[in-house]
Design a protein around this ligand. Structure first.
Ligand code: NAP
Length: 479
């Protein structure tokens, strides 16, 4: 913690907020203050924007190989410092160290992947149908970007945006979530060490998100917004981006269905449920939110899942043997408590968990609810906690209709041993991603993203860089 930067990173320098403001970063496992970081205001945001704008032209002309090598070096530094970064993340966010190490590896992979993509940006050339003109197509960086990230994956949500932006030749202002600024500041220090030129990445930590971001979006110099967060905030930012016609990518919330058919391998289904529900304490946009289990296997599935969930060890993420850390803050835990209370009032049975422990920290136990009423609030709200809500179904058409009956469409999980059914149901689900007999879909080499109100665009994969590139077409008469 002692070496972790706590100031703003603007134009390659570490600086205080112009008005000297700072904000506290809390440890969710104890509720105690870990440290204070600079709390940027609109003036700081303007300076960060100016630095990004000033660096853009030269950065766009930098050789793709040079951009690639910076990403590759940063990838190597991150991997070398896995332990240090994991401890930082656990301190500010709460996830158990093993999961934090997993996130560091996942985050680093975006830099490795996009270091490889940076040198593969291609264009095109051809004669137009009239035979009188040639077409030259080149791909150019979209320009200075605003990147806004959430707290649940403090490092990976940053690298998933910064990696392709660097590869494409864009400069940027990053605004991380106020709960988890330290991972982003550590990342900026690593990129500087890896040779990133001043002004290409600027980081503004702030508790005044609206005041800081809105002028940038409306000002006309930021050309791209890449946002990860809730659908409500995404909608607001889309509206703010409209004035200056800012290009947007939106990675928003989910309400994932997890469907277990009567022919599923229940060992696989329970293993998959443990990952899809419990990764990151349930605080993931990909978290299974609604478990639809065929009536004929619901009792067995519920019993096995409750047994596995009940055996998990809850405690501070730094303690050996802990599987489940605290939720992000009291507000997050309060929401989970209310959703469980509402489901129970409507007749759900608690198979395990369901009771907030005494003492400090924002802990909530792994919980399985069965017989959940479809009218319960947790059916159309992201639970964002370690609570599995089980409902039953009887036939395929019915479960597809119910799974799709939501404004979100990020991811769905399907468990069946029948290939025909697996493909048919996956194709009918209105989602951007499907886990077939698996509870984990995230991979830097795959396009991550949703349909409907879960987002616009994709991050990662071959297409991830497209979000940061524009085409330019040159018409050249045939001589
Ligand atoms: P959030 O409340 O929407 O906040 C996300 C980010 O937006 C934070 O940095 C937040 O800062 C900022 N923000 C909020 N209001 C803003 C405004 N008016 N102008 C500019 N920035 C603003 O979401 P969260 O609670 O941090 O994260 C959880 C959500 O993210 C869930 O819905 C989850 O599903 C979603 N998520 C989606 C993906 C995906 O890839 N689809 C991945 C991870 C998470 P402040 O906190 O200071 O307001």
């Amino acid at each position: 913690m002692t070496d972790t930067p706590t100031q703003l990173f603007i134009g390659g320098a570490w600086v205080d907020a112009a008005d000297g403001a700072t904000m506290a970063v809390d440890d969710p496992a104890t509720g105690e203050i870990l440290c204070h970081v600079a709390d940027a205001g609109p003036k700081d945001a303007q300076r960060a924007e100016e630095a990004a704008v000033a660096a853009q032209e030269k950065w766009a002309r930098t050789a793709p190989r040079a951009r690639s090598e910076i990403l590759r070096r940063a990838y190597e530094i991150i991997v070398e410092r896995t332990d240090e970064l994991a401890h930082l993340m656990t301190a500010e966010m709460g996830k158990p160290l093993a999961e934090a190490r997993g996130e560091v590896a996942y985050a680093a992979e975006f830099f490795r992947w996009f270091s490889e993509e940076a040198v593969r940006i291609d264009g095109g050339h051809g004669t137009l149908p009239d035979g009188r003109n040639r077409m030259l197509l080149s791909r150019r960086p979209v320009g200075p970007c605003l990147l806004i990230t959430p707290w649940n994956f403090p490092l990976a949500m940053g690298t998933r945006k910064i990696g392709p932006a660097i590869a494409a030749g864009c400069t940027m202002v990053l605004k991380p979530a106020p709960q988890t600024p330290l991972s982003s500041l550590a990342l900026a220090a690593i990129l500087k060490e890896a040779g990133l030129p001043d002004g290409v990445l600027n980081v503004v930590t702030t508790s005044r998100a609206g005041e800081v971001c809105e002028p940038l979006l409306r000002g006309g110099r930021i050309r791209k917004l890449s946002f990860t967060g809730s659908t409500g905030v995404g909608r607001l930012l889309l509206a703010q981006s409209a004035d200056a016609v800012v290009r947007t990518s939106m990675e928003l919330g989910g309400n994932a269905p997890f469907i277990v058919f009567e022919d599923a391998d229940l060992d696989k289904a329970v293993d998959g449920a443990m990952v899809a529900k419990m990764r990151n304490m349930g605080e993931a946009c990909t978290a299974a939110n609604r478990f639809f289990v065929h009536t004929s296997v619901v009792e067995e599935f519920g019993r096995r899942l409750a047994e596995r969930m009940g055996a998990l060890v809850v405690g501070p993420g730094t303690r050996d043997g802990v599987d489940v850390g605290p939720l992000i803050d009291r507000g997050g835990r309060g929401k989970v408590e209310e959703l469980v209370a509402d489901a129970v009032e409507r007749g759900a049975r608690v198979l395990v968990g369901g009771r907030t422990p005494e003492g400090p920290g924002c802990f909530y136990p792994p919980t399985v609810l069965t017989g959940v009423d479809p009218g319960s609030r947790l059916m159309d709200t992201e639970i964002f906690g370690p609570v599995a809500a089980i409902l039953t179904f009887d036939d395929e058409d019915e479960v597809v209709r119910r799974a799709n009956d939501t404004p979100w469409g990020l991811v769905g999980y399907v468990f069946t041993e029948g290939l025909d059914r697996a493909l048919r149901v996956s194709e009918r689900l209105e989602v951007g991603m499907v886990g077939l007999n698996t509870g984990l879909v995230s991979n830097p080499a795959a396009p991550f993203g949703g349909v409907k109100q879960s987002g616009l665009g994709r991050e990662g994969g071959r297409v991830g860089i497209d979000e940061f590139l524009e085409y330019q077409y040159l018409a050249v008469p045939v001589g």
